[in-house]
Design a protein around this ligand. Structure first.
Ligand code: FE2
Length: 363
């Protein structure tokens, strides 16, 4: 696979101290590293989209930014693209989504600007390039077809899912095609789009019910990013993480997988480590204080894909939490399927760069 050199300004490479911190905590906040002009453009585009879909919300009047009603949710949910995928704009209560993640402005803003850092951490020439969609509105990229992936297809493709496999093969399809508003994070071709939280969102409750670790341990994701396109003060819905949880969830999930448990095993009352109520997750919540990752527009949070996380509560009256999330995939050439579904040596940093592997996380 030919990996192009991104023609957007690059976020500076990380220092040894930053890499050590990332390894230890499982996340790292890089304040205001993205191009302010591109952030502004994405905000302007967001408001244009909001105006088209929910005209009652006015950009200059935060009192109009109330939660989406049932009726609005129903109407938005019915606007399905013909080629498959999710509605371009959808939302429920205090959350709304714009599925523009495979479009060039969002790709240039974040995944491509963080490209040299992604390669620094995961190894040069080993990361899937986010090309985005083609003229027909489809994206093409490698996809590891585990049961979780196939399950994700059903909830994000609408009717079009009938054309896709129903069961996981646990092998990679090299040129897997997905419509641009579909789950384009599965083939590495797009971000999740804009994930937004309206002001005064409800409290997560004492047990942080929504906290989770993304997907399964097996697969091609290693590092993900959350990027903020607007200022995000503290307690305004920032990406919330439990420091160090990556290093606890990783071995527990592999252990469970090796014992025959899949991430999709919903019939098990409690699984071992990945879900909302699994024992390891409960232990982490009991002994670790979560951290709210906030920062000015253009802030990027780098995170190990297994870290326990959730979107925080937006307690602001006049800010919309605006974030896009992208997961970098290891290429099939760099990480063959045998290794995707095997971590027998238990090494959490096995698939990362030599530089990362050599740095001691205790600093
Ligand atoms: Fe998540």
């Amino acid at each position: 696979m030919q990996i192009p050199i991104p023609n957007v300004p690059q976020v500076p490479l990380l220092t040894t101290e930053q890499i050590a911190q990332f390894k230890r905590d499982g996340y790292l906040v890089l304040p205001a590293v993205l191009d302010p002009e591109r952030c502004r453009q994405v905000r302007d585009d967001m408001w244009e989209t909001i105006t088209a879909y929910v005209p009652r919300m006015q950009r200059d009047d935060p009192s109009t930014w109330g939660p989406l009603t049932e009726e609005e949710n129903k109407k938005l949910g019915a606007q399905l693209p013909e080629i498959g995928g999710e509605p371009y704009f959808n939302g429920k209560g205090h959350r709304f989504y714009i599925r523009n993640g495979a479009e060039q402005p969002l790709l240039d803003l974040a995944p491509r600007a963080v490209w040299q850092v992604a390669e620094q951490l995961l190894g040069k020439g080993t990361v899937v390039w986010p090309e985005g969609h083609d003229a027909s509105g489809f994206t093409t990229g490698p996809c590891f077809m585990c049961d979780d992936t196939v399950g994700g297809l059903a909830s994000h493709l609408g009717e079009a899912v009938k054309k896709y496999p129903e069961k996981g093969s646990f092998t990679t399809e090299a040129d897997f095609r997905l419509p641009k508003t579909g789950p384009v994070w599965l083939n590495g071709q797009g971000t999740r789009g804009l994930y937004c939280t309206l002001p005064n969102s409800p409290a997560p409750g004492p047990n942080y019910q929504g906290a989770h670790s993304d997907g399964a341990c097996y697969g091609r994701w290693r590092m993900q990013i959350a990027a903020y396109t607007d200022d995000l003060p503290a307690n305004s819905g920032g990406f919330t993480v439990w420091p160090g949880s990556h290093a606890r969830i990783w071995p527990e999930q592999w252990k469970a997988f090796n014992e025959g448990e899949k991430h999709t095993d919903k019939h098990l009352k409690v699984r071992k480590a990945g879900g909302y109520n699994d024992p390891e997750i409960l232990r982490i919540k009991a002994d670790t204080e979560p951290v709210d990752c906030y920062g000015p527009a253009g802030t990027v949070v780098l995170w190990h894909t297994k870290i326990l996380h959730m979107a925080g509560q937006n307690q602001a009256n006049d800010m919309i939490r605006q974030a896009t999330i992208y997961g970098y995939l290891k290429t099939p050439e760099a990480l063959p399927d045998e290794l995707v579904a095997d971590n027998s040596d238990g090494d959490i940093w096995r698939d990362w760069s030599d530089e990362v592997r050599q740095i001691d996380e205790q600093g």
